[in-house]
Design a protein around this ligand. Structure first.
Ligand SMILES: NC(=O)c1ccc[n+]([C@@H]2O[C@H](COP(=O)([O-])OP(=O)(O)OC[C@H]3O[C@@H](n4cnc5c(N)ncnc54)[C@H](O)[C@@H]3O)[C@@H](O)[C@H]2O)c1
Length: 334
């Protein structure tokens, strides 16, 4: 399979490495407006270089992986489905829901398969948590706590194109909460702080957020996100039920120190960032995409599914701005 990659920044270069090692992938074509980014991938993986998205889509690719900056997602997804090329696009679908809905309509009309990059669906612990919750092992779920804390903020240009912390970062937690519990979010209340990188404040974004989500069965989910976590990359999902409790991320490399005297756990080297924490999940996710592109399985994360997490991010963005609870219905019909 010949795969095109649009965008060779942090995650695009990592996806290029992962794809080049998959048995189903025979060749890569890459494009990025930053010539050095495309050149480095070409040299490292023997990829061909295309000088524009149009040139890449015309280069006989069987599928395309979009890992460009978020604000470029809509135009690139639309160009690919118009060309009839199956798409993997990194989350989020678009920087705004208006554009996300436009992408959804075009994708539906095209009938071309599209997979959105919610890689936690391919992580062994998240999958085990889903099976436990759905299998009734925890009994009635009462509380979910989701955490994603980045060790350091991305560059200013990334922040400016990201759509804000809820759409960029918390959206992983929102998708995981829906995917693991099988429930929808009804209402949110979000708060945010800004005591870190000046570029985040300048972009009108927050560097630390908390959100209370009420799910449609009454379960309460508490979502914590931040851009400045000194000890490392901290991703957890804690699930508490009437019968039992379970945690994703409670392992040796959890970047947390115990204050309990005599307790050595967690003893491992803390996770540095998403690339080391989720390497296996990214591999499984892109393997699934080669199967989607080959027509042997449906998309495991459709645009529709990804937009559901997007509405939660939209509601949190509004809640933080207006300092009030916001229902999903309100933003969906705004
Ligand atoms: N699933 C995940 O864990 C995960 C992790 C990181 C980033 N992401 C997502 O991946 C995307 C990229 O993030 P990143 O951290 O690699 O950002 P980055 O800023 O490091 O890289 C983005 C790259 O896209 C290129 N680009 C911009 N417009 C383009 C276009 N029209 N065509 C081709 N290339 C274009 C830029 O030149 C840059 O090299 C974002 O949407 C982000 O939300 C997902």
């Amino acid at each position: 399979m010949r795969i095109g990659i649009l965008g060779l920044g942090r995650i695009g270069a990592f996806h290029a490495a992962t794809l080049s090692a998959l048995p189903a992938v025979t060749s890569l074509v890459v494009a990025d407006p930053v010539a050095d980014a495309a050149g480095a991938a070409a040299e490292r993986f023997g990829a061909e270089i295309a000088h524009s998205p149009g040139e890449l889509l015309a280069a006989g690719v069987d599928a395309v992986v979009i890992a460009a900056a978020t604000d470029a997602h809509p135009e690139l997804v639309l160009a690919a489905v118009e060309a009839g090329v199956p798409v993997f696009c990194e989350k989020p679908v678009a920087p705004t829901m208006r554009e996300g809905v436009r992408v959804l309509k075009a994708v539906r009309d095209s009938g071309v398969p599209v997979q959105i990059g919610h890689h936690r669906r391919f992580d062994a612990a998240f999958a085990a948590a889903r099976a436990a919750v759905r299998g009734g092992e925890l009994g009635t779920l009462h509380t979910v706590r989701a955490t994603t804390l980045d060790p350091a903020p991305p560059p200013a240009a990334y922040i400016a194109a990201s759509g804000g912390i809820f759409r960029d970062c918390s959206v992983h937690d929102f998708d995981s909460i829906r995917w693991v519990t099988g429930r929808e979010v009804r209402e949110v209340y979000a708060v945010g702080g800004n005591r870190g990188a000046a570029c985040i404040r300048a972009a009108g974004d927050a560097d630390t957020t908390g959100a209370v989500l009420t799910l449609d069965d009454g379960t309460i989910a508490l979502v914590s996100n931040g851009r400045h976590n000194g000890r490392g990359y901290d991703v957890r999902l804690e699930l508490h039920g009437f019968a039992d409790s379970l945690a994703v991320g409670l392992e040796d490399r959890l970047p947390l120190r115990s204050a309990e005297p005599g307790t050595a756990f967690p003893a491992g080297r803390p996770h540095v960032f998403f690339l080391d924490r989720f390497a296996a999940a990214y591999r499984a996710e892109l393997t699934a995409f080669t199967e989607v592109a080959a027509g042997s399985r449906p998309s495991p994360c459709t645009v529709e599914e990804a937009l559901e997490a997007g509405w939660i991010a939209e509601a949190c963005t509004l809640s933080l701005r207006e300092h009030r609870p916001v229902t999903i219905e309100e933003v969906r019909h705004a």
